[in-house]
Design a binder for this molecule. Sequence first.
Ligand SMILES: Cc1cc2nc3c(=O)[nH]c(=O)nc-3n(C[C@H](O)[C@H](O)[C@H](O)COP(=O)(O)O)c2cc1C
Length: 362
Amino acid sequence: MLIIFNNEVTKILRIQYPIIQAPMAGGVTTSKLVAEVSNSGGLGMVGAGYMTSSQIQEQAREIKKLTSNFFGINLFVPNEFHVTDHELKTANQLLKPFREKLHIQDTDDVEIPDYKKVVETFHDQVKVIIEEKIPVCSFTFGIPSREIIHELKQHRIIVLGTATTVKEAIEIEKSGMDMVVVQGSEAGGHRGNFLEDHQESQIGLFSLIPQVVDNVSIPVISAGGIMDGRGLMASICLGAKGVQMGTAFLTCIESGASEIHKEEVLHTPEDQTIMTRSFSGKWARGIKNRFILDMQKSEESLPKFPVQNTLTKGIRKAATVQKNHEYMSLWSGQSPRLAKKQTVKSLIESIVEESTLILSNK
Ligand SMILES: Cc1cc2nc3c(=O)[nH]c(=O)nc-3n(C[C@H](O)[C@H](O)[C@H](O)COP(=O)(O)O)c2cc1C
C-alpha cells in the first residue's frame, strides 16, 4: 500500500484507500454499489436521507451479506420549516404546466411533510443505525443534537459531519464528531450548508480544504468534482486525509441511478451544471434542463426543503418513467467530462494506479 494512504482516515475507517463513495439518496446507492466499494478497499455509503427505518434495516442486512468490511449510512439532519397555504398554492400553480406536459394529475392529495414527523423519522433512522451496529454514520444539512452524537459514539459508531465553510467545520469539530467532509461548490447534489445560505458561502474546494485544515484538528475529507487519482492527490497535498466522490460512482455499473441519468452525466460538458432549488427547496447542483430553466425566475420564492421536494415528486417520477431528461433532477458535480461507465473495482483500481504514477513522478 502507498505510505501516503496510511493515515487517520484509513486507520479509523479500516479501509485500504482513502476513498469514500458519497452517500447519494434517491436510489443511487444500491447494496451492490456500497458493498463493492467496501470490498474494493474504499468505504461504501448508503444515502438514507429519504428512507424509513425499516428500509434502512433491510438494506443494512443485505449489505452485511455482501461484505464483512466497514460501510456507512448517511442521514439528513432535519431543519425547521413552515409553509403557508398561499405558498403551497403558488408553488403548485408554477408546477401545473409541467404536470400537464407529463400527463400527470394535480396533487391535491399530496401529503405535505410535517416537521414533527420529520424529526420522529430522523430519530427512528438513528435508532436503527445503532441497533444494526452500522460502523459509520454521516450527516448532512446540519449537526444533530449532542445526545445523538454521544449515543452513536457510545456505541462505537464513527460519526462524520458535512461542512461547506470553515465556520461550519469548526462547529462540527466542537460537536464531537470524528471527521468532517468538506463540500466544495463543485459538488453534485444538495449543498450541505447549515449556517449560511448566501452565494458567497459557495467556496471552491481548492480554497476550502487548506483553510479548513488550518482551523480544525479532526481529519478532513474533501468532496466536489473529484473523479480520479489527480483529484485524490491534489486533495492530499492540500491537507485532506481522504476524498468523498459522488458523480464518479454514480455512472458506475453497480449504481442504481437511472440509465438516462448516467447517460446525461456521461455526455455533459463542465459548463452545463447549475445550482437550483426548484426541485427540492434546497440548493443543489445538477445538469441544466427545461425544468430548471423554466422555474429559475421563481426559484427563490419556492417552499423550503422538504416541502418543495414533495411537491415535485410526481413530476420527477413521471419524467423518469417516461425517460424525459428535461424534467428529472440530474444531480452532477462539475467534472462530468471525467465520468466513465465502468465497474467500481476498475474505478478504484485506476485511482490507485494514477496516484502511484503521480507519486513516482512518471
Ligand atoms: C446524485 C447525488 C446525490 C447525493 N446525495 C447526497 C446525500 O444523500 N447525502 C450527502 O451527504 N451528500 C449527497 N450528495 C453529495 C455528495 O456527498 C458529495 O458532496 C458530492 O457528490 C461531491 O461532488 P461530486 O459529485 O462532484 O463528486 C449527493 C451527490 C449526488 C451527485
